[in-house]
Write a new protein. Structure first.
Length: 451
């Protein structure tokens, strides 16, 4: 139900199509980076870290809450967070640690707790308790921790060990969260821990941030024929350090898509994180002929940062006549959060869009393959579903529909973009789930639209 010029209520949101998007915005802090800034600051041996532009998401709030239960002093004033170094040995929690809906919190905190000399339990909401955790349990047990679970799912009861054993480990899935968990455990291990990525390179925020804090870590980047190998020497101690979090590129993706699809739009998004392992969405949009440009590239706290300029076009006609609109392989691993949104964009592109090698989407907050297909079909798009992806067939005049977010923040935001370019009103059921990653999404989007 619309409320004046506001678009949403507690449980659903009705959206009318708009003319264009203009002006400029600065987005909340990157969620992935904020998690890591809180974790790595908390594990410093001494000092105080001041983290600015910390994410406003519920997921990152869950990470802070868990560290408070572990005896770390955390103060927050808006988007500024002060963390008093609590490590390397934390306090045994008196209650279960509630990770909410955050897989990042649970998997990375598992790596931290594996190296602590006490027992603890990680739990979360129903969605998080249904998601696979064997991928992180296996390497941590190889390092000497004991982890009990419910058939590889949370709650996770972790009995830590200090020091842990160092490990040579090849990731069986392309997962930055699992890689990060092993590296964080490696801080408490005796000797050199190596993590090898043979399937695809994943986001490298943890490596970059550990380097920023002065931790001895080494990355050997593959050349396509050889894998990435990340190595950390443990046990490692380091001092607190201030950190500035860039704007979230995954959140920016929805604004980029909306502006690119609405003719006459002109939008500037400032101070966005452009880490090469995260910025693939820009190249993918450009490949679909969207007018997206990067300005003023710079390095802040060991992360690439820049501004993004987007202009809307009457139509998107990819180079090659629409015959090369396929996302697969290593490209997919670097687009995992943006794929539902790109499927929406594909419904407005000559030749459509095919996504393959994306089976990982089925074990996110929702089965993102099936939920994306379901909602696109409700809006009139022709979509074929595969076990590892989907194919959107050609440009479609989307129509407004009653859509279900299925409790998934990225589905809710992707289909907000679809609703903006559709004919007629759309309603998104369960729109409140956007708070998991981007509580201000609807109000910020409303501030830049023209009806």
């Amino acid at each position: 139900m619309t409320m004046g010029n506001r678009w949403y209520k507690i449980d659903s949101m009705k959206i009318q199509p708009v003319r264009r998007i203009r002006e400029s915005v600065r987005l909340p802090g990157d969620k992935s980076i904020s998690h890591r800034a809180a974790i790595i600051s908390a594990l410093a041996s001494r000092g105080r870290s001041r983290i600015t532009n910390f994410s406003t998401s519920e997921d990152c709030a869950a990470t802070l809450a868990c560290f408070k239960q572990l005896g770390v002093i955390v103060e927050q004033d808006g988007t500024t967070v002060i963390v008093e170094a609590g490590g390397p040995i934390l306090s045994e929690p008196r209650v279960e640690l509630d990770c909410g809906n955050s897989g990042s919190t649970m998997r990375m905190l598992s790596g931290v707790l594996a190296g602590q000399p006490f027992a603890s339990t990680l739990t979360g909401d129903a969605s998080l308790r249904s998601r696979p955790m064997k991928r992180v349990i296996a390497p941590l047990e190889m390092m000497g921790a004991r982890v009990s679970s419910r058939d590889g799912r949370a709650p996770l009861q972790i009995t830590g060990r200090r020091p842990l054993q160092s490990l040579d480990y090849e990731l069986p899935v392309a997962s930055a969260q699992v890689k990060s968990a092993i590296l964080l455990a490696g801080l408490s291990a005796s000797g050199r821990t190596n993590v090898t990525e043979t399937l695809a390179p994943t986001r490298d925020h943890t490596e970059r941030m550990l380097q920023w804090f002065g931790v001895p870590i080494e990355t050997k980047r593959g050349d396509g024929s050889s894998p990435n190998v990340v190595s950390i020497e443990g046990p490692a101690t380091y001092q607190a350090r201030d950190y500035e979090v860039p704007g979230d590129i995954s959140s920016a993706a929805f604004f980029i898509a909306a502006a690119a699809l609405l003719p006459g739009s002109n939008l500037l998004i400032s101070d966005v994180g452009l880490n090469p392992t995260r910025a693939q969405v820009i190249a993918s949009m450009q490949k679909l002929s969207a007018d997206v440009r990067v300005l003023d590239m710079r390095v802040v706290c060991n992360e690439d940062v820049g501004d993004i300029q987007i202009s809307g076009a009457e139509s998107l006609v990819p180079k090659g006549g629409g015959h090369t609109n396929t996302l697969r392989g290593t490209e997919v691993a670097q687009l995992i959060d943006e794929l539902p949104m790109l499927a929406v964009v594909g419904s407005q592109v000559d030749g459509g869009l095919e996504i393959r090698d994306a089976r990982e989407l089925r074990v996110k907050e929702s089965d993102r393959i099936s939920t994306t297909v379901e909602n696109l079909r409700l809006m009139g798009a022709e979509v074929e579903e595969y076990e590892d992806g989907l194919k959107v067939a050609g440009r479609t005049r989307l129509r407004g529909a009653k859509l279900n977010a299925h409790g998934d923040h990225r589905i809710a935001m992707a289909f907000t973009v679809a609703a903006l370019v559709a004919e007629g009103e759309s309603e998104i059921i369960g729109a409140e789930c956007v708070a998991v990653s981007f509580p201000g999404f609807f109000s910020l989007l409303e501030s830049v639209i023209e009806r």
